[in-house]
Write a protein that binds this ligand. Structure first.
Ligand code: SPV
Ligand code: MG
Length: 538
């Protein structure tokens, strides 16, 4: 607060000629500040115009204050409000000043006319002036109620506008000076600067002097400088710029039934984003919002599952119904639920029977002769820098997937350490890790030493079973791609499995991390599993 009021005071009291440009809403205020101006004129005329109404107090003062709040929020330079007549008597002025201070508006300029005012350039014969004493009281009331000493009240003298002459203007300015005004604004509708310059000469800098050269705009700025004027207010040039462009462009669009002609002549959408401060929001989002999931899924679903006999006669096992729902549909739904919206399914056996919506299908034509690594390769073009690769015949509780996404590591596999899990019916791959599961929560930095399709008799006890799901991040993806390149040359490539791939990566001295779980999943291999699976989904 102090800062903006102080800035305005310094500007008014500086020894050099200073400038203010009008703004009428948040974006124009931002533009004025970006242009280099040290302060903003909160023009009553322009603000009324942007609301589409007249400059005759048709906008309520609270609507003005609300707009100022937007303008003040997006700028760091002070705003001097054109407060018309103060919107009423001394009491209304007091309330106005308090509300302006609350919104960090640095000052207000009030004019010695009567409420409701009309714009100074309209019908000047009908511009009744305020009584000097009454107006002086309004200034006093404002000064008495301001809480920040630097809040500025500028008294605008309308005597020249109303045709009362220089003498009256000087009498009024002096009265307002005595009442405590911080500066005088002398207004003129003349096309020549003479009356303003004469006033400035007679005024002799008793208080800082502000002018609004809307009509006498052709006067060289140096003339104001030489006359010791403190502040030039360009009072309406933003609303006029915008209006001219809007009229021209709206007509063009209407006539041509196209925007092609104007597209390159108007601000880009990106420019508006920039003025709105979208970058700041993006940064804040990174800081405050949970990292947005940008993970995709690759679901390997090429095999028939011949142990399921007639159930898979016309479809792969991922398409059988478990507890009333197609297994693959359930898996895709689980992925979507935690924000993984892109799923690629590698189909093979009866690929055409896969009709789960919201997935991309890749077909492994060699599913009969090849192993699962061939299936994975079919999705190579879909690899992402963050992906979950999973077998399609898994049933798993949601937390398993959610937890997997929180574990660090370029490749993280899920290992069930409960080797006595009765739900394990097939022959899942055996995992040997650097450390067994001690069942403490959030065990970190567990690494995989080897995956094997069977327990190796002369080895140490395995740490658990790989359930067939893993998370792969950017570096991990590169390792997988490099390993596929290496292994593809081998004569037994078709027989290779994902464990072979992972073991190859370990042999290249890369670290594969392990996330331990204890049950809460099963894979569907046999008819018996279907009953268990049905229970699982209840
Ligand atoms: C305004 O900008 O609203 C002013 C200045 O009061 S003028 O329109 O010139 O009166
Ligand atoms: Mg005005």
């Amino acid at each position: 607060m102090t800062n903006k009021c102080k800035q305005l005071r310094c500007l008014l009291e500086s020894n050099t000629l200073e400038f203010m440009l009008e703004a009428h809403n948040g974006i124009s205020a931002t533009i004025v500040e970006r242009a280099g101006f040290k302060a903003i004129w909160g023009s009553g005329f322009a603000m009324s115009a942007q609301f589409g109404v007249r400059d005759s107090n048709e906008v309520s003062w609270t609507q003005v204050v609300d707009m100022l709040e937007f303008m003040s929020d997006v700028t760091s330079i002070p705003i001097l409000l054109d407060g018309d007549t103060g919107y009423g008597n001394f009491n209304n002025m007091r309330r106005l000043v308090s509300k302006l201070e609350q919104r960090e508006i640095a000052g207000v300029c009030i004019e010695d006319k009567q409420f409701p005012k009309i714009n100074s350039f309209i019908d000047s014969n009908k511009q009744p002036l305020a009584d000097i004493d009454e107006f002086s009281g309004k200034i006093k009331a404002g000064k008495d109620c301001q809480t920040d000493n630097n809040f500025c009240i500028v008294a605008r003298v309308e005597a020249l506008i109303a045709g009362w002459g220089l003498k009256e203007a000087l009498i009024r300015a002096e009265a307002y000076h005595e009442a405590g005004a911080d500066a005088i604004l002398i207004h003129s509708k003349s096309h020549r600067p003479n009356e303003i310059l004469e006033f400035a000469k007679e005024w002799a800098n008793r208080l800082p002097l502000a002018i609004v050269p809307t009509k006498y705009y052709s006067t060289p700025t140096d003339a104001f400088r030489k006359s010791n004027i403190s502040l030039v207010i360009w009072a309406n040039h933003m609303i006029r710029s915008a209006t001219k462009e809007m009229i021209k462009n709206s007509r063009n669009i209407f006539k041509s039934e196209s925007v092609a002609d104007i597209e390159e002549k108007i601000s880009t959408v990106e420019k508006i984003f920039e003025l709105q401060g979208v970058d700041e929001l993006n940064e804040a989002q990174e800081r405050y919002l949970r990292e947005k999931l940008d993970v995709s899924a690759i679901i390997l679903a090429a095999t028939r599952g011949s142990e399921l006999h007639e159930l898979t006669q016309d479809k792969p096992k991922t398409m059988i119904k478990i507890g009333g729902e197609v297994l693959l549909a359930r898996t895709v739904k689980q992925f979507k639920k935690i924000g993984i919206n892109k799923s690629v399914v590698v189909a093979g056996y009866k690929a055409e029977s896969i009709d789960v919506s919201g997935v991309k299908i890749r077909v492994n034509k060699n599913y009969k002769i090849g192993n699962e690594l061939i299936s994975l390769i079919c999705a190579k073009d879909d690899f992402d820098n963050d992906m979950v690769i999973t077998y399609g015949d898994l049933l798993f509780r949601e937390h398993i997937l959610r937890d997997l996404l929180e574990v660090n590591g370029e490749i993280v596999i899920i290992v069930d350490s409960a080797s006595d899990n009765p739900n394990i019916t097939g022959s899942p791959d055996v995992a040997y890790c650097n450390q067994d599961d001690d069942r403490s929560p959030f065990m970190q930095n567990i690494t995989l030493k080897k995956l094997s399709s069977k327990t190796e008799t002369n080895e140490i006890k395995p740490s658990g079973y790989w359930i067939g799901m893993m998370r792969v991040r950017q570096e991990g993806r590169k390792w997988i791609e490099a390993a596929i390149d290496d292994l593809q040359h081998l004569s037994n490539f078709r027989e290779l499995t994902i464990p072979d791939l992972l073991n190859h990566i370990i042999a290249q001295d890369k670290t594969i991390n392990v996330h331990y779980i204890n049950g809460h999943w099963l894979d569907v291999n046999s008819i018996n599993d279907i009953d268990a699976a049905g229970d699982f989904t209840q």
